[in-house]
Design a protein. Structure first.
Length: 80
């Protein structure tokens, strides 16, 4: 596989490898791709959780802000 980079990205890769953070440009690219993959998985997870929450709201399964605050205050008082 061959990859083309802008001059700015090529400079970044070279500086990052020269700093010793990565052994080679390939290692840097692999680490970057792993981060991108993890970000994509996180976004997918977050979207699913948001959809779950919206569905709960549609079904009336939620508590008011006041109830949340009261519960948190009780918890904080117990822990203090």
């Amino acid at each position: 596989m061959e990859v083309s980079l802008t001059p700015e990205l090529e400079k970044f890769v070279n500086e990052t490898v020269s700093s010793g953070r990565f052994k080679s440009p390939s290692d840097l690219v692999q680490a970057s791709l792993r981060l991108l993959e993890a970000e994509d998985k996180w976004k997918e997870y977050a979207r699913a959780k948001i959809e779950d929450g919206l569905e709960d709201v549609r079904q009336g399964k939620f508590v008011s802000q006041e109830e949340v605050e009261a519960t948190l205050k009780k918890y904080i008082r117990k822990r203090a």
